[in-house]
Design a protein around this ligand. Structure first.
Ligand code: GLU
Length: 295
């Protein structure tokens, strides 16, 4: 039940591939943080983007976690079962004027950017120039977007990275809440679920840090609490790039859970352990010293 725990944390993998050395860092860190606070730790399967999920991968991830001794304190929540809640949240944002329908295709956005002389992209995503802000001009609605204020400079504090700032309207623009293919966007689903599950602390990989301000804007617009955030260090592959499912990171070898855990722990600055059963408990105490500064 949300609200009955002082601390509720979560690990929220997308079942687009199995866990790899990088995702285990986030899983272990979120688990340790929950234990260090005497809180609960939940696993949420983020299968809202049905086009990218692989069948059976949810079970693989849960087995990999279990092999490492990381068990969710409640049955895992599946985002694919919660579409009605995301729609309700979107309806509220539309009713309050904070979301609007957009009829632009990718090509329309590229053309509008060319016309204005600003070709801006971020992680391959085009920054939306706001074409449909004031109406669809006869086009059918394709996607739904969040209306960002201009400027919208937001400051926030990360428990590891320190003070952060982002101007969402300049860096991202009016971002998508529901896509043209009908899938709800990660930003909306994650905010609805973090709020409904009473998540007090988000501990996840640093590659996700720049989503935080978009999520904070949605939390404010929906009138829900903003959790604390801690973004964990990334594991880099041999090519110096972040290890990810997309660049072919090797699946975790859970036949050797202690080796996998030790590798993840080292990334978090924790010392290596020799006995699997003991390792997690030892790291809770270390984590406490390293990361649990007074809020
Ligand atoms: N589902 C996201 C991922 O696997 C993580 C979302 C989050 O922790 O906020 O990258």
């Amino acid at each position: 039940m949300p609200g009955t725990f002082i601390y509720t944390g979560r690990f929220a993998p997308s079942p687009t591939g199995g866990l790899h050395a990088g995702s285990l860092v986030a899983a272990l860190a979120s688990w340790l943080d929950a234990r260090a606070h005497g809180g609960q730790w939940l696993v949420r399967i983020e299968d809202v983007d049905s086009t990218r999920c692989l069948p059976g991968m949810d079970r693989t991830i849960l087995q990999q976690l279990a092999a490492c001794g990381l068990h969710s304190d409640q049955s895992p929540l599946y985002q694919s079962t919660r579409l009605a809640l995301y729609q309700q949240a979107l309806d509220r944002l539309v009713a309050s004027g904070q979301a609007y329908p957009c009829g632009c295709s990718r090509r329309d956005i590229e053309l509008a950017q060319l016309r204005s002389g600003h070709v801006k992209a971020r992680h391959g995503e085009l920054i939306y120039p706001g074409t449909c802000r004031n109406g669809l001009q006869g086009k059918p609605a394709r996607a739904w977007r969040f209306r960002t204020d201009d400027p919208s400079r937001i400051h926030w504090q990360d428990r590891r990275l320190g003070a952060q700032v982002q101007d969402v309207s300049a860096a991202v623009g009016d971002f998508v809440l529901k896509r043209a293919d009908g899938c709800f966007a990660y930003q909306l689903a994650v905010v609805v679920d973090d709020a409904k599950q009473g998540i007090t602390d988000v501990v996840r990989g640093e590659d996700l840090a720049d989503n935080t301000v978009r999520q904070m804007l949605l939390q404010r617009a929906l009138g829900v609490a903003t959790p604390r955030y801690l973004h964990t260090p990334l594991v880099l592959g041999a090519n110096g790039e972040k290890l990810s499912k997309q660049n072919g990171a090797q699946a975790l070898d859970t036949h050797q859970p202690l080796a996998a855990l030790n590798q993840a722990a080292a990334v978090l600055g924790l010392t290596s352990q020799h006995v699997a059963a003991d390792a997690l408990a030892q790291w809770v105490a270390q984590w406490q010293c390293l990361y649990n500064r007074a809020p």
